[in-house]
Design a protein around this ligand. Sequence first.
Ligand SMILES: NC(=O)c1ccc[n+]([C@@H]2O[C@H](COP(=O)([O-])OP(=O)(O)OC[C@H]3O[C@@H](n4cnc5c(N)ncnc54)[C@H](OP(=O)(O)O)[C@@H]3O)[C@@H](O)[C@H]2O)c1
Length: 245
Amino acid sequence: MTRHAFITGVSSGLGHGLAEYLGQQQWSVHGCSRRDCDLPAVHHARCDLTDYSALPGALEGLIGDLPALDLVVLNAGVLGEIRDISSTPMADMKQVMEINVWANKAVLDWLHAWGRPIRQIVMISSGAAVLGNKGWGGYALSKSALNMLAKLYAHEFAGTHISALAPGIIDTAMMDHLCDEADADAFPALRRLREARGTEIMPGPLGAAEKIVSVLASLRERPSGEFVDIREILAPELFAQLHGR
Ligand SMILES: NC(=O)c1ccc[n+]([C@@H]2O[C@H](COP(=O)([O-])OP(=O)(O)OC[C@H]3O[C@@H](n4cnc5c(N)ncnc54)[C@H](OP(=O)(O)O)[C@@H]3O)[C@@H](O)[C@H]2O)c1
């Protein structure tokens, strides 16, 4: 039987990798993003997830007629600028929250009202949600709030398993900014990322997608709503190092 997945943010990076990998595994993949997705097999809708008046129509057109979804990955997200939080404009903080938190609430509300069976929802979080590294301001706050969103919606999605998953570091456009532009002297956590780039610690989008798909079943064995760092499952030593244990 065909397995259906819905992924947000499939035009680039991890979402694109997931769409490609699941397509290779014969899933039927539905995705959305503001830019087009270059994978011909993906059923795609162009939409801005923060345009809350247009979003329901876009979701209805894309997945409204499906009988059920086996997997939803709420992946779309932005990094914002790495800088001191004390000098970050309020408007920048709000913009990051809008896509990383509130757009996910809008999608979850639509899925909840849709009411058809959804086996598993994975909300893409980050280690930044708990690390509190200097410079990660709006992004860290947004992912921390996303983790709580997963916990709260777990109460209301009967029959659906939800997790907030930190996917580890991935070589995407988001990493271009972290590795090429932001100031590693002012923000020391950047050094670890720069050292990891080009090594197996930082896979590309397709490699990261394969890892995520490999842990889907083990996520479902944990309580719904939980935050899980993929390194806790696949690379416990690295995870301990990251958290200074
Ligand atoms: N890269 C890493 O090392 C890393 C680590 C931990 C967590 N993550 C998380 O992984 C997720 C994917 O990040 P990535 O690294 O793959 O970044 P990316 O290459 O910049 O991809 C972000 C995706 O989100 C979509 N998106 C952004 N704003 C949107 C909006 N308003 N409406 C619809 N789609 C929107 C983008 O599509 P359009 O621009 O076409 O709209 C794009 O497809 C994010 O949630 C990020 O926080 C990444």
